[in-house]
Design a protein around this ligand. Structure first.
Ligand SMILES: *[C@@H]1O[C@H](CO)[C@@H](O)[C@H](O)[C@H]1NC(C)=O
Ligand SMILES: *[C@@H]1O[C@H](CO)[C@@H](O)[C@H](O)[C@H]1NC(C)=O
Ligand SMILES: *[C@@H]1O[C@H](CO)[C@@H](O)[C@H](O)[C@H]1NC(C)=O
Ligand SMILES: *[C@@H]1O[C@H](CO)[C@@H](O)[C@H](O)[C@H]1NC(C)=O
Length: 790
């Protein structure tokens, strides 16, 4: 997936200490919690453990990078493998694991209108009207503190202007940490705190941070952190555009919420001298630890890790302790789609967010096009026909650095395929070889997902279907030519929302009983603030610096959902983090299909074989049709979870599925044997989650759930409805729930049964999808299900 220039996990090569005494960073975790212990006490304890394996005081002291206080009970230290295994043998140590090189999936004007969150009409940041909608009910989030764990911030951006904002909430305990090009005057009533964590990063670099690479401070040299922070809580700024595109009012989802910046991810050099990035788990955990201490209400973490167990997963560990403090943690699903089981952040105390299209595009006739074009016809060539002889046959279509022959490319438009190498780097290569412009073709896997970039020369991205047509055209024509019309902003040009090809997919690789992702939100071609410390393409050869930029990825979807969590927290300060997650999930746009009305409303898809028979669930898009994926096929809950988020509905969900920190610990019992667990911990499928999955149904499974009434005057009657996958029956007991006060809980069971032959026919080696809901005539509390047979 390195062809998408969204933040990806970047493999970090450890310094070449080829001796047998290779030292790595390990995170050591102890049983139990720190409780009320003071930090110096905790540090002393950690020091004594290190002293027991090191030669002397000095070594022990130098080796410890962080002592964690509020997240895990443990520390990060530089150890040899011998020292690490000595520590792991101790009875009180739960886990010792090596910090794996950080792999990092990172991931707006238009997006808020698209989901109905644009009340006040807001032109300009003074326009925060008090109407009756979610934004005004939440006072635009002004009492809420959102921690953004990312690459830092560009504080001068207009989006972080604090004009008109009240004083910092009293609950705030954080600081504004100074450093290179960042002092206390860079914090204000919008950016109320900023810190940075670089010990793991510096260790991985094998020395001190290189000043030319990143700022040793909360200042953002990558762009990503500025983008995500402004998406979640940027102030309203009128008349924002980049190179004249997408002009409009830029606004975060919670435009008066406060930002607490934790810089846990850093720039690293990338090919083509672009700015790459990485995050180390020990730095991440240190940031989460402080965020808990500082008193954030919501954490937005647009970062993912590859599949790991719980002990190795710094975000999962930190987020579990955040949940104990009722902090809502929102994370990216990852950019490793479209293959199945590619998710990261798959634990139940995290809100896992997928990415989908908005109804805005920067289009030329075929696809996402730069706002600068080629007015006249130019000769068009296919990259494999114009490469230097040394280039391997199978990679010749990718326009990799040095691959094109200037004699054959000069003045022409070159057709390149996406994949292998940086996408913007292909434009650089075409330009180097003297090309006039280029067309970037999608491979079959990318289908219709098109990403917008400010390429270094006129360029357009086209779908895999169009790519095939263009290749055919080149091959069948004597003198093929191309014009690249400059891209313009268009709305409603395509079905939206639709799932992005790169959005990571279920099933959950760790626990197939827990359906993930949870929700999808806009994550393609999102406009938000940008760091002026990095060019618009991140290439160092590119001298174009901008205040706002387009980015794509589940990183961009994540702060959309974090903003909604902030607004919900403002309206319902007493709700648990699980309640907030439930409200966002059960109100997602997720319409079951195949009723008569659905069938009549469906104009096209139902009549084509694109509709898989085992999908009994879809969500409607702006065409009144089910949400599709990048291939135009009906999307499933493994892509969008509970559907596309609907903030205006989430504020009044009717019922919520609550869960406590203790429930999560019990859930972990299967995974973490060293924890104190009861003899017979509850089955993970009975964790009170607003969705479920059964990976190997053989006969019958009973699923237990409890709902809490959070609506209105509290008196209501809810009826059970369901649309299971073909061949499956579901039955709720009881099937009617009576409530007479707010806060009342009701439990029920769902009996899921395979109907012999029918099930075998439709669900052979395949998941089928459906939903169930509780409906009182006002609220429809819906949960998706995914079921496969044994
Ligand atoms: C902080 O840095 C800015 C320049 O970026 C400078 O103008 C200002 O005086 C500094 N403030 C403090 C408190 O040092
Ligand atoms: C928006 O900005 C452009 C320049 O970037 C300016 O020409 C235009 O007048 C501005 N429009 C408004 C409504 O302020
Ligand atoms: C290209 O060919 C080489 C040698 O045959 C092979 O090792 C490599 O995996 C191929 N790469 C791709 C992307 O197919
Ligand atoms: C299903 O359950 C039955 C009875 O417990 C057992 O005999 C059979 O092997 C199971 N089938 C699969 C595919 O697990």
């Amino acid at each position: 997936m390195n062809n998408i220039n969204i933040f990806l996990f970047v493999l970090f090569l450890l310094p070449l200490l080829a001796s047998c005494e290779e030292k790595n960073v390990y995170i050591v975790q102890f049983r139990g919690h720190n409780g009320e212990k003071a930090l110096h006490e905790i540090e002393d304890t950690h020091h004594s453990y290190l002293l027991s394996v090191k030669n002397n005081e000095e070594e022990a002291k130098a080796s410890r990078l962080y002592s964690y206080q509020y997240s895990i009970n443990g520390f990060a230290a530089v150890l040899t493998s011998d020292e690490a295994s000595k520590l792991s043998e101790l009875e009180e140590v739960v886990s010792v694991h090596k910090s794996e090189p950080g792999m990092y999936t990172l991931q707006t004007t238009r997006s808020w209108e698209f989901v109905g969150l644009n009340e006040g009409g807001g032109r300009g940041r003074h326009n925060y009207k008090m109407g009756g909608g979610l934004l005004s009910k939440a006072k635009y989030g002004q009492e809420i503190i959102v921690g953004v764990l990312d690459t830092g911030i560009w504080p001068e951006s207009e989006s972080f202007n604090d004009e008109g904002m009240g004083p910092v909430p009293k609950s705030w305990k954080g600081i504004c940490q100074t450093g290179v090009a960042f002092n206390s005057s860079h914090c204000n009533n919008k950016i109320i705190g900023a810190r940075y964590y670089m010990k793991g990063y510096e260790h991985s670099l094998g020395g001190r941070l290189d000043d030319t690479l990143d700022y040793l401070s909360p200042r953002d040299r990558v762009g990503h952190g500025t983008h995500t922070a402004s998406t979640v809580a940027g102030s309203r700024v009128a008349n924002v555009s980049v190179f004249g595109l997408a002009r409009g009012t830029a606004s975060g989802g919670a435009p008066l919420a406060r930002l607490a910046i934790y810089k846990v991810c850093w720039a690293i050099p990338q090919e083509e001298k672009a700015v790459g990035n990485t995050c180390l788990p020990e730095d991440m955990l240190a940031g989460i630890d402080d965020a808990i201490r500082d008193g954030v209400d919501v954490m937005s973490i647009s970062v993912g890790f590859p599949r790991t167990g719980f002990a190795e997963d710094a975000i999962a560990n930190g987020a579990l302790h955040a949940a104990k403090n009722n902090i809502v943690v929102v994370c990216a699903a990852g950019n490793s789609g479209p293959d199945p089981a590619t998710l990261s952040n798959y634990y139940p105390w995290i809100i896992t967010v997928g990415a989908s299209y908005l109804d805005r595009d920067i289009l030329g006739p075929l696809g996402e096009t730069t706002p600068y074009g080629l007015e006249k016809k130019h000769p068009l060539v296919y990259a494999p026909d114009v490469v230097v002889p040394a280039v391997a046959e199978n990679e010749s279509a990718h326009c990799l650095p040095g691959s094109l022959d200037p004699k054959k490319v000069k003045g022409k438009v070159v057709f390149c395929m996406i994949g292998l190498g940086m996408t913007v780097g292909k434009g650089v290569e075409v330009k180097r070889a003297g090309g006039a412009g280029y067309i970037l073709g999608n491979t079959a896997a990318y289908g219709d997902t098109l990403l917008f970039y400010f390429h270094v020369l006129p360029g357009t991205a086209v779908s895999s279907n169009d790519a095939n047509k263009i290749i055919q055209y080149i091959k069948s024509t004597k003198n093929p030519t191309a014009i690249i019309n400059r891209g313009k902003t268009v709305f409603n040009s395509q079905p939206a929302p639709s799932m992005a090809s790169f959005s990571s997919r279920g099933p959950n690789p760790i626990d197939p009983n827990l359906l993930k992702p949870d929700i999808t939100a806009p994550g393609l071609n999102i406009l938000a603030a940008w760091s002026e410390g990095v060019s618009v393409t991140t290439l160092s050869s590119d001298k174009r610096f901008v205040k706002y930029n387009f980015q794509s990825g589940t990183s961009m979807a994540t702060p959309h959902v974090a903003a909604v969590a902030a607004l919900l927290k403002a309206v319902h300060p007493k709700w648990s983090s699980a309640g907030i997650r439930s409200a966002i999930m059960t109100t997602g746009k997720f319409t079951h299909f195949i009723t008569l009305i659905d069938f009549l409303m469906c104009t096209k898809l139902c009549l084509t074989p694109k509709w898989p028979i085992n999908v009994a669930a879809g969500s409607r898009n702006n065409r009144g049709e089910p949400i599709t994926d990048q291939l135009g096929k009906v999307a499933t809950p493994f892509m969008f979870g509970s559907g596309h988020f609907r903030p205006t509905k989430a504020v009044d969900p009717g019922l919520v599925y609550d869960a406590s920190h203790e429930d999560y610990l019990l859930y972990l019992c299967g995974d973490k044997p060293k924890l104190e667990c009861p003899e017979n911990p509850p089955s993970p499928i009975n964790l009170n989650y607003p969705s479920f999955a059964i990976p190997k149904l053989n006969g019958t499974v009973i699923v237990k759930r409890t709902v809490t009434n959070v609506a209105g005057d509290g008196k209501s009657i809810y009826f059970f409805r369901s649309k299971p996958p073909m061949g499956i029956s579901v039955k709720a007991t009881p099937s009617v729930l009576f409530f007479n006060h707010v806060g009342q809980k009701k439990s029920f069971t769902i009996k899921v049964k395979a109907r012999g032959g029918m099930a075998g026919k439709y669900l052979k080696n395949e998941y089928g999808f459906g939903w169930y809901s509780w409906n009182d005539g006002l609220h429809n509390v819906r949960s998706p299900m995914a079921i496969a047979l044994a």
